[in-house]
Design a protein. Structure first.
Length: 298
């Protein structure tokens, strides 16, 4: 792997959904997540990380150094065990190994970071082994995402659907169709803010420039390999990246986020937004602090 990144970054992702459920809420019958006080839509960071992981897994196909730790049908302990096997550590010899090698825990951690892209990026909790002596520790990743929030309030709709395929033989004798329901947001433009710490990349995971470019690519395309009828039409519209001239940064993140404004194109319109062109996105680059540079991707 190449050297860790040397610059801090913040970024803003703007993406929209049309006639779909971007993130169902299990506590509300899988309706789209809503902030009950403001009516704005919410999408969890976990949901977005899943899209990024899926994209990386799709394009890299488990290539060396780009495997995914949190994935379907692969218990975490199975991946943890690979690190111990690679370092010749077992339940029987782990205590002796740690006595003779005080850095063993760091070597296990580094092995996981080298082999799994999402650990190198987002970090992971790898302490789920039943044997306490055999665990890969906890890693705080350099890339962190917040919840995405819609720019304006959204109004989820419950749509009743019918199907002609009857599930059970007994039901087929007395009816020709079955009823169902799905929830959609007619349209919503969402904003997510994120952070990339060069300091954590250098000290902990080794997140590199190549990893960073893959991250940008994954964010821009995270919905392109994840289409489904339930999620409707989703697309990343803009990725706004702020690059600092130093590892620790040249300005507070909130000042950079405040420079990105999303407003209605027609401020006098009372009609609800139904497309991305109903908004205007601006970045006040003249107000950016010294040592910070902005790049708009996508």
């Amino acid at each position: 792997m190449s050297n860790p990144i040397q610059n801090r970054y913040e970024f803003v992702v703007l993406f929209d959904v049309e006639n779909g459920n971007p993130n169902g809420d299990p506590d509300a019958g899988n309706m789209p997540r809503i902030d009950p006080e403001t009516g704005t839509g919410l999408i969890t960071d976990v949901c977005l990380k899943r899209k990024i992981r899926n994209y990386v897994e799709t394009v890299k196909e488990d290539a060396a150094g780009y495997r995914i730790y949190v994935k379907d049908n692969v218990p975490l302990n199975r991946s943890d065990a690979e690190a111990f096997a690679a370092l010749d550590v077992t339940e029987k010899n782990v205590k002796e190994k740690k006595k003779s090698n005080p850095n063993l825990d760091y070597e296990v951690r580094d092995w996981m970071c080298r082999n799994f892209y999402d650990i190198r990026t987002f970090g992971a909790v790898m302490t789920t082994f039943t044997k306490a002596a055999l665990n890969c520790g906890q890693i705080r990743g350099p890339v962190q995402l917040g919840f995405a929030r819609s720019v304006e309030p959204v109004v989820p709709q419950e749509v009743t659907i019918t199907r002609i395929a009857i599930a059970r033989e007994a039901d087929a004798e007395r009816k020709n169709t079955e009823m169902g329901r799905k929830y959609i947001v007619p349209y919503g433009l969402y904003r997510c803010e994120g952070y990339v710490s060069a300091n954590l990349a250098r000290k902990t995971t080794g997140f590199s420039e190549e990893d960073l470019e893959l991250l940008w690519d994954a964010i821009l395309n995270m919905f392109e390999c994840d289409h489904s009828a339930a999620r409707g039409k989703m697309a990343v519209r803009s990725l706004i990246v702020f690059k600092h001239d130093s590892e620790l940064g040249c300005a507070p993140a909130y000042k950079l986020f405040e420079s990105v404004r999303v407003e209605r194109a027609d401020k006098n319109s009372a009609e609800p937004a139904r497309r991305y062109q109903d908004y205007v996105v601006t970045v006040d680059e003249a107000a950016l602090p010294a040592g910070v540079h902005c790049e708009i991707k996508g």
